[in-house]
Structures are given as C-alpha cells and as structure tokens.
Design a protein around this ligand. Sequence first.
Ligand code: ATP
Length: 333
Amino acid sequence: MRLTVTDVTKAFGGTRVLRGASLTVEEGDLAAVLGPSGCGKTTLLRIVAGFESLDSGSVAIGEREVAGLPPERRKVGIVPQEAALFPHLSVARNVGFGLPRGSAERVEECLELVGLAGFGDRMPHQISGGQQQRVALARALAPHPGVVLLDEPFNALDRSLRVSVRDEVRAALKRAGATAVLVTHDQEEALSMADTVAVMREGRIVQEGTPASVYAAPCDLGVATFVGEAVVLAATSDHGVASCLLGDLPQRADGVAGKGRVALRPEQFVLRAPGEGVGGLVERVEFFGHDAAITVALEPGTVIRARTRGDVPHRPGDRVGVTVEGPVLFFPE
Ligand code: ATP
C-alpha cells in the first residue's frame, strides 16, 4: 500500500529529532531513506511502525491514518538490524510466529518468496547470517503487511555477503509486491537497491527521487557530496558557465550569476598528457578491475579523484593533464 508521511515532528526532551519530515512511497516501491548517523532515520521508522509517538504530523498507510493506532493494528512488517530469530524455534515456527494456527501454507509460501523453500525444519543456528536475515524478511511478509520497514538490515553481515543478500532481499520484496522502506547510511546500498531515494538531514527529508535523478540533480551541495562522490571547488557563475580552477565549464542548469561552488563527479575528469588541461601529479592509483580511481594533486590543497577505465597506464608520480567533461553542478553561495 502507499505510505504517506507528512510533516512529522518529534522531540526527545529538548532535542528536536524530526523537524517536519515528509516521505511518500508508492505502492510496490522500495524506498531508501539515506542519511548520516543521527539524522533521525530510525526515529522516523519507529514512528511509522508505531513504537514511538509523533508530536505533530501524520502517517497514512493506504488511505488509513495510523498515527493513533498501536503497532499491531498498523499492518506493518519489520526487519530489524539483526534477524533476532527465536533460537529455540525452527525456521518455519519463526516465520509463522504471529500467524493463526493452520498457516503452514503461508509459511512455506513466504519461505519460497525469500528463496528458502525447504528450510522450514532447520534451526536458526543451522543457517547462515544472510539466510537468517531472509527468514526475518519472510516473518515480516507473512501477515501480508501494507508496508515493510527494514532498519539497516545488512549491518551485521560480512561485506562479501552483503551484496548478494541485498539482491535476494530486493528480489523477494518485488516478488511479494511489497511497499518497503529501507533505512541506511550506505549510499551504494541505497542507490543500487532502491526504486526511490529519500535523502535525510537533520530531521527532514531534503530530496526524494529516483537514484539516478538525485545523483544527476542534487538539490544542494550537501546532497551532491553525500549521494555519490564529488570534488568541490570555488567557482564564479555567469550566463550558465562556471569558472573554476579547471577552466570555464558549462553548467547543468543555468542559475543565478555570482560566486559559489561547483561539484564535479569522478567520472567527469579526463586524464590527458601533461600540457593539456590543468597540470597535476598522480598520487595514488586504485585498481578495481573493470575501472580504476586515480587521485591527482592539481596544486597544493586541491586533490581530485578521477574514475577511469581499469586499463589506464598511470602510476603514482606521473605528471598528467586534467580536463572536465560534460556539464557541471553549480551551487551559488
Ligand atoms: P543511526 O544511523 O546512527 O542509527 P539515525 O539517523 O537512525 O542514526 P536516530 O536513531 O533516529 O538516528 O536518532 C536521532 C537522534 O535522536 C540521536 O541524536 C539520538 O540520540 C536521539 N534519540 C533517538 N531516540 C531517542 C530516545 N528514545 N530518547 C532520547 N533521544 C533519542
């Protein structure tokens, strides 16, 4: 079901944690709430779940206002940071815990949704951490919730496991047709998994959109540097051209003329022979196989990190020239 959070505020003692947070998740979408530690993500999720009351604002699941309802009447499924399965109950009994008797079929259906058909008789300690997290998702999906809330569900997993479990969780949510909210401070996780990203800062959602649109057109410099990498340089804008250390660069959007800053994405830098563009010294080469990240010092205090193809010939100590490709993001002061 569609989730609509409107202008929610919440203070603990004198500390205002949510300052008018609004969020819309369309039916069947997976939305990531992305923000730094302490910005209020978990508090927002707990308010949607009903574990915490709100001071003002509203939360609607479908057409129904749920702010006054206890958690068990909201039709919300929750996947916590750690699977938190009952250790003495089988996988099937964990999944069926909140269901009426005679729900074995629904339990098996949900295990199938998360790719664990046939695992029902195992005990939690007999399956991996990633599988436990999928059981937690099956348990959340079992009562047909209107919305599924996932609070940093991959935190407890090894990095190597995280990527595959992410894919499996996304696939299971899509198979179930669930509307879901994923809270994370990991931008790669948000950008790669979610249909929409809501960037949260200091108790507010400052921008919502598809991952590609937020990356391409961040609403301010804070979002530009938090969602994706960016090198920020002082610049002056005039008639849609931003002038900075790297030259006169066309802006993505024609804005107010005057002083400000440009945010340059790593894939916009082109490394050339010395003499072309602005000169610099290669400091570091990180090789990832399919691509590489090259750190170049342009002048004391100004360092860029360029993303290039993996087969580039650069070595630390090389002199290079740097140019910028494509329109740039300019933010007035
Ligand atoms: P993290 O990524 O670290 O979990 P977060 O964005 O989820 O952070 P919250 O857990 O929502 O942030 O916390 C936001 C702020 O509210 C923090 O400063 C936290 O200390 C405070 N806070 C949260 N819950 C309570 C509470 N029950 N009583 C007092 N302060 C609280």
